[in-house]
Design a protein around this ligand. Sequence first.
Ligand code: SF4
Length: 467
Amino acid sequence: KINSPLEAYKYLPQTNCGECGQPTCMAFASTLIDRSGKTSDCPPLVKEKKFAKKLAELDRLLAPEIRQVTIGVGDRAANIGGDDVLYRHKLTFFNKTKMFFDVADNMDEAALVERVKKIADYKKFYVGRNLLLDGVAIRAASNDPAKFAAAVKKVVENTTLPVILCSFNPAVLKAGLEAAKDKNPLLYAANKDNWKEVGELALEYKVPVVVSAFNDLDGLKTLAKTFAEAGIKDIVLDPGTYPSGKGLKDTFTNFLKIRRAGIMGDTEIAYPIMAMPLTAWMAGIADPVSASYWETVLASVFTIRYGDIMLLHSMEPYATMPEVHLAETIYTDPRSPVAVDSKMYKVGTPDENSPVLFTTNFALTYYTVESDLASNGINCWLLAVNTDGIGVEAAAAGGQLSADKVKDSFDKSGFDIHKDVTHNSVVIPGLAARLQGDLEDKLGVKVFVGPMDSGRLPGWMEKNWPP
Ligand code: SF4
């Protein structure tokens, strides 16, 4: 395995031709290591026969410890797995946990289509992006091939999201595969009883497949090994998800053991793991709110340790919101904070009398401040100062937020504080109060220190604005 650009560089053509969009082969090698680029982005490496061996070797050396598996096709295809580390701070986690919500083939057709659309249309705006759900798991509750095929057909007609075909009956799975032939669905699942038939289906239709052995890691490994030896590469592991009690502890331990073995080089079990928080609904909890709550707890546990894909049921906002937020947070690259563009933003419809404020370009900070202002109807100018995506307090302490940096961001924004507004003043975050004097010197304006928390800006404005 290679971990540095220098090692990757040895396998590249070293002509610095620029066809990959990078100025040099070394720069391209860096993109391979941080996974923002792939070997297929270097045309000479792919096209010229003399590099074929090097390309194959480089692909092998760059492959992540945990196999990456793709479910579905097109823009919404879901990549799962692909991790190289046990702890996020050692590098980053790749491929956010994918959340698939269930439908069943015994649902009334209108209800089925409505739920599929609800899954596909789910959208939650969070720090500048929309958090989405990832796919539909179709359960063969009827165990009837014709009914299952009809449900699968309905689902794929109504969404481009990837699907999981759920049955232990090979005849039912085959009927579902026929209805979703070109959609690269995930087959759930092969177990000790049906593995031969389900393995043949995975090979025949060239689709990824889940191997399942409930709380039996040896059995799970044997199944995965058997499938790999048969030529099936895209395997997902289901060690079973106990919904509660001592069984849940066993499930948690199983997830840790599988991932640790995979990262430590046991290739026979180095595959993505499936968790099933929807088993909360089978735990004998009568009240649906409590079942949703417990399902969300399970989803949270296995987002952190080490569920790559999940089957879920509750679509209540109190269940989905923590689930999608947690996955987004855990899978944010710790090496590069999420940042917004450093520029002057309009909040509402500001004019020449509107206040001018700044915050940092750390996305979470920016959108918090922006939302506190916009939701209270405060029309203003809001500059996102470039602090490399660091929040106000840490940036002010670490030097990324200084009077020079603020002036630089004002200059680059094209906003002239002396001409574009009449009041000649700026409101700065309370956490950056120490910059007040320096800023007055550098910007040549009156600097007001705002509140420590942007949630108090509306009250502060009422008392202090206009100056
Ligand atoms: Fe180097 Fe390939 Fe990029 Fe050309 S396209 S600069 S050979 S990495």
